[in-house]
Design a protein around this ligand. Structure first.
Ligand SMILES: CC(C)(COP(=O)(O)OP(=O)(O)OC[C@H]1O[C@@H](n2cnc3c(N)ncnc32)[C@H](O)[C@@H]1OP(=O)(O)O)[C@@H](O)C(=O)NCCC(=O)NCCS
Length: 148
C-alpha cells in the first residue's frame, strides 16, 4: 500500500468507497468540488486500486478532516492509523496548530482511532446528524509546534 495525492481521476473510486463506508455519502459533484478545493490523500494497493483516503481543508493555522475511510474488507489492519498519522505529520511539518473533526457519537470505531492518535473531545453538537437523531462529537488534535 502507498499514499499519494488524490486527483480528479479518482472521483469514481471515491464515490464507490464513500458509498460503502459513509451513511451520508457525497455525490460525484461534491467529490469533484472537494478535490479542487481541499487536500486529498489516497491509499492505493499494488494494482493502483483505491483502498482508503483522507480529505482535509485548511483555514489559516487550522485544518479540518472532512472525511476518512478505509475499504470495508481492509479495516483493522492499521491503514486508518497510517492515513491519519500521515496527515498529522504533514500538518505539523507545515506549522498547522490544530486539526478538528466531527464524528457521529455512535461511531465508536473511528473514535477509538482518533483517541489512539491523540485526539481529544472538545464539544458535542446535539442532533447534528440525520435530522436530529444523532449527536456529533467534536475532536481536536493539538499539533506540536503549532501553538494551542
Ligand atoms: C474509521 C476507519 C477509517 C478506521 O480505519 P481502520 O483501517 O480500520 O483503522 P486501523 O486498523 O488503523 O485502527 C487503528 C486503531 O483504531 C482503533 N479502531 C479502529 N477501528 C475500530 C473499530 N471498528 N472498533 C474499535 N476500535 C477501532 C483500534 O484501536 C485500532 O487499533 P487495533 O486494531 O490495533 O485495535 C474505518 O473503520 C472506516 O473507514 N470506517 C468507516 C468510515 C468512517 O467511519 N469514517 C470516520 C468518519 S468521522
Amino acid at each position: 500500500m502507498t499514499l499519494r495525492p488524490l486527483t480528479a481521476d479518482d472521483v469514481d473510486a471515491l464515490v464507490a468507497l464513500d458509498a460503502a463506508t459513509n451513511p451520508q455519502p457525497w455525490s460525484a459533484a461534491l467529490w469533484r468540488d472537494a478535490l479542487t478545493r481541499d487536500h486529498g490523500t489516497g491509499l492505493v494497493d499494488g494494482e493502483g486500486r483505491l483502498a482508503g483516503f483522507t480529505v482535509s481543508s485548511r483555514v489559516l493555522d487550522e485544518a479540518e478532516l472532512q472525511s476518512i475511510a478505509v475499504a470495508p474488507g481492509l479495516q483493522r489492519r492499521g491503514f486508518g492509523l497510517a492515513l491519519l498519522n500521515a496527515l498529522l505529520a504533514e500538518l505539523r511539518r507545515d506549522g498547522v496548530a490544530r486539526l478538528l473533526l466531527e464524528v457521529r457519537a455512535g461511531n465508536t470505531g473511528a473514535q477509538a482511532l482518533y483517541a489512539a492518535c491523540g485526539g481529544e473531545i472538545v464539544g458535542r453538537r446535539n442532533g447534528y446528524y440525520d435530522h436530529g437523531r444523532e449527536d456529533a462529537l467534536l475532536y481536536t488534535f493539538v499539533l506540536a509546534g503549532g501553538g494551542s
